[in-house]
Each structure stands twice: as C-alpha cells, then as structure tokens.
Design a protein around this ligand. Structure first.
Ligand code: NAD
Length: 421
C-alpha cells in the first residue's frame, strides 16, 4: 500500500503555523539546547519514530528536535480535538514531518491516522495515552519485533502500560516520561492547573470569584487546579477516593466531601482523576440549574455523557465549546468540549515553558532508548535520574537561577552515620 505523506486540514495555514511554532520556541530554551546538541551528535540517526501526541506548537518543537537528531518522524494526534491545524500544516509542508491530524476528526479518522503513523514501521513510539502501543499490540503484532522501545507522556497511559506489563503482554520497553519529577511536578500541576482554568474561561467567560468549584481528584493536576481556582476567588471543594490525598486537600485549606454531597452544591465541576463515570447519573439528578461540567483528565470517560444523554429531553450547542443538556424538570447542565480535555479543546494546552521540560525528557529518553537498544526488558521504566536532574539543571540555567553545591565536608556529613550532634 502506498503511504500517504500527510493528512492535514489545509496546507495554506502553514505560514500561521510556523509563527506559532516560533512563538513557542522562545519559551523552550532547554529543548533548544538539546536540539543544538542533537544536530551535532545525531543520536537518533537511522531510527524511525512514530509519535501520537497533541499536535500543538510545543509538540512541533519536539518533532523538530527529534528530526535534528536524525530521526525519521511520523506524527498523529492523541486527541481528536487538540490538533492545531496550522501547526500540522507547517510540520507537514515545511519540515518534512509526516503528519496525520485534523482538528475535529471523528473516531474512525482518529484511528486511521494512528494506523497511518504505524504504516511507517517505527522503531520507537512516543505516546500520550498509550494508543500507539495499544493498536500495535492489538492489530499489528507482526510489527512488534521492529520496535526497540517507546515513551509515554501521561498518567493515564502509564497506568495502561503498567497493566500490560503486569499481565506479561507488553512486548517492548517503555520509559514513563510522566514519572520524571521535571514532568509531573510542573506539567501536570502548573501546566494543567493554569490551562484548565484558561479553557473554562475561554469556553464560558464565567466569573470564577465566588463560585463553588468542585474538583474531582487531588493528584498532581487536581492540586494545581485547586490552588489556581482559589487564586481566582472560587470556593474550592475537593472529592477524592484516596485518604492521604483527601487529607492533604483538607490541610491545604479546601473542603473535602463526597461527590454525592458536592453535586447539589457546585457551580462548576472539573474531573481530573483518570477514572470513569466520576460524574454519573445520580449526581446529575441533584445538580443545580446552569452548572458547568468539564473534564481535564485524559479520556472523555470521566463524565458519564451517555447517562446524561439518556435523561436529557434536548441538547443544543449554546457556545462553540458548550453543550446545554436540558432535563425534564427544566434544569440545564452545560458540558464543555464534549467532556474532552478542556485545556486543549477550548484553550491552547500547556504553556510552552512547562512543555519545555516535559519534551526535553521525551527527547533525552528517545536518545537513551536508541543508545540502549536491545538491552532493556519488556517493562515500564522510570526516567533515569540523571536525565531528570539534567532537565532541571538546564531549566534553572535558562532562567538565570544559580544554586549551591555541597562542600566536601557536607558530602561526608550527609553520607556518614558516625557523625552525630
Ligand atoms: N489535561 C491535560 O493536559 C493533562 C495533563 C496531565 C495529566 N492529565 C491527565 O489528568 C488525569 C490526572 O492526572 P494526575 O497526574 O493528577 O494523576 P494522579 O494519579 O496524580 O491523580 C489522580 C487522582 O484522582 C483520584 N481519583 C481516582 N478516582 C477518583 C474518583 N472516582 N473520585 C475522586 N478522585 C478519584 C486518585 O485517588 C488520584 O489522587 C490523568 O488522566 C492524566 O492523564 C491531563
């Protein structure tokens, strides 16, 4: 079968896309340094790489870094609503990246694009949600032997991949980029925290001050979101299933309760759990008229839209990213961006400065994978500590921040057990 070189919305958008890529690049100094080194050292030379990531201007900078390192790169979207069509056009037409992504693509096209990226027979996969790994394992077993390894960007993907490894079905090594401190402590917390608020505001233009803002999940994303919502003057309520996280939320000054109780109180609900049906039929039953429901967890499974559809007497689009579900008793529940990642669907995803660190990890992990081809086991690895530390060091350097170093005396003190008071 002849491979399609690209499937994008409109090549004429390429100029706009290039401007966006250049704008993001200004805030990505760590990736820029890596790109310069990659261009000299060519650590990915001869490797084909397929990436399934949100097709944004920041991702474009990662693709250009991998290409500078010698990789032959194909890219498809990791979410049907997160593609920036102008960026996709620039990548495909000006940089020779085989790009398969159109914003608003339906489920069939989404999977056709994944298959198109896999038609390039990658030796490495780079996922955000594990869809490449999943399709390779389910439908393309014959290709699995060609793959030396992969990386995974997000919490949800890591959960899926660990489940595969535990069941003994994962057929190649994966590095969980999400688990790097320089990824989840910054990207999930500050990046998603800020961009989720941005998405809700852009979609609705609602005032957050004084609103009861219910957050389901107090993990890295939930923590970031809660502190930012509080900063806007919202009255934040947290729901959790983990006692330690719930206790942390209480001590951080938030009200914690069950979703059953929160449902009738909240004005805005945001799910960030990576779980399913966190907002369900019995919650919809007690919600107030006019509430806003959004999700910033990876999949659009956190709000039970099927149940909401079942109980609604009518659904209409009231703003570009807002669907109003009218219930039999006249109440209206507003779902943002069809329950998909609100920060990408209604805003621009994470700011470039934070993706700089996540994608620096991705690039360095791809290099590590190439260097260790054939030596790693079929399991999920954490990002090597030296890569994590290097990303933090480069980021601080780019910000002009210097830190202290241990003296010899301090090193001795901190590694000995003989010295006491
Ligand atoms: N929107 C984005 O750009 C973006 C960025 C990073 C991560 N994510 C996604 O956000 C989600 C959360 O990521 P994270 O890093 O915070 O994960 P995390 O594991 O740190 O936190 C998830 C939290 O949700 C809680 N939880 C699970 N089920 C629950 C339920 N039914 N009710 C209430 N709480 C529940 C867990 O106990 C946990 O504390 C994942 O799906 C991740 O892939 C999205």
């Amino acid at each position: 079968m002849k491979l399609k070189a690209a499937d994008i919305k409109d090549v004429k958008l390429a100029g706009d896309g290039q401007n966006l890529i250049d704008w993001a690049e200004r805030e990505m100094p760590v990736l820029r340094l890596i790109r310069e080194r990659f261009a000299k050292d060519q650590p990915l030379k001869g490797h084909k790489l397929a990436a399934c990531l949100h097709v944004t201007s920041e991702t474009a900078n990662l693709m250009l870094t991998l290409k500078a390192g010698g990789a032959d790169v194909a890219l498809c979207a990791s979410n049907p609503l997160s593609t920036n069509d102008a960026v996709a056009a620039a990548l495909a037409s000006q940089h020779g990246i085989k790009t398969y992504a159109i914003r608003g693509e339906d489920n069939d096209m989404y999977y056709q694009h994944i298959e198109a990226a896999l038609d390039h027979h990658p030796a490495m996969t780079m996922d955000d949600g594990a869809d490449l790994v999943s399709v390779l394992h389910k439908k393309r077993e014959a290709q699995l032997g060609e793959v030396i390894g992969g990386t995974e960007e997000t919490t949800t993907g890591v959960v899926r991949l660990r489940a595969m490894a535990e069941r003994g079905v994962l057929r190649y090594p994966i590095i969980a980029v999400n688990e790097a401190d320089t990824k989840h402590m910054f990207d999930n917390r500050y990046g998603t925290g800020q961009s989720t608020i941005d998405g809700i505001i852009r979609a609705t233009n609602v005032l957050l001050a004084g609103k009861k803002f219910v957050i389901a999940g107090y993990g890295w994303v939930g923590r970031g979101l809660a502190s930012r919502a509080k900063g806007h003057g919202a009255d934040v309520i947290v729901t959790e299933v983990d006692a330690v996280k719930a206790l942390e939320a209480v001590m951080d000054g938030f009200r914690v309760m069950t979703m059953e109780d929160a449902a009738s109180q909240g004005d805005i609900f945001v799910t960030v759990t990576g779980d399913v049906n966190v907002l369900d039929r019995h919650h919809f039953a007690t919600m107030k008229d006019g509430v806003i429901l959004a999700n910033s967890g990876h999949f659009n499974s956190e709000i039970n839209l099927k149940a909401l559809d079942d109980i609604a007497t009518g659904v209409r689009q009231v703003r570009p990213s807002v669907q109003e579900y009218r219930l039999g008793d006249g109440r209206r529940l507003h779902v943002l961006a069809e329950g998909r990642l609100i920060n990408l669907a209604a805003a621009e995803g994470h700011p470039a400065a934070v993706m700089d660190m996540s994608f620096a990890n991705q690039a360095l992990c791809a290099e590590y994978m190439a260097r260790n081809a054939g030596k790693l086991e079929r399991r999920v690895y954490d990002v090597p500590d030296d890569i994590d530390a290097e990303v933090a060091r480069l980021k601080l350097h780019s910000m002009g921040v210097a830190i202290d170093t241990l003296t010899d005396e301090q090193k001795r003190y901190l590694t000995s057990w003989e010295e006491g008071t």
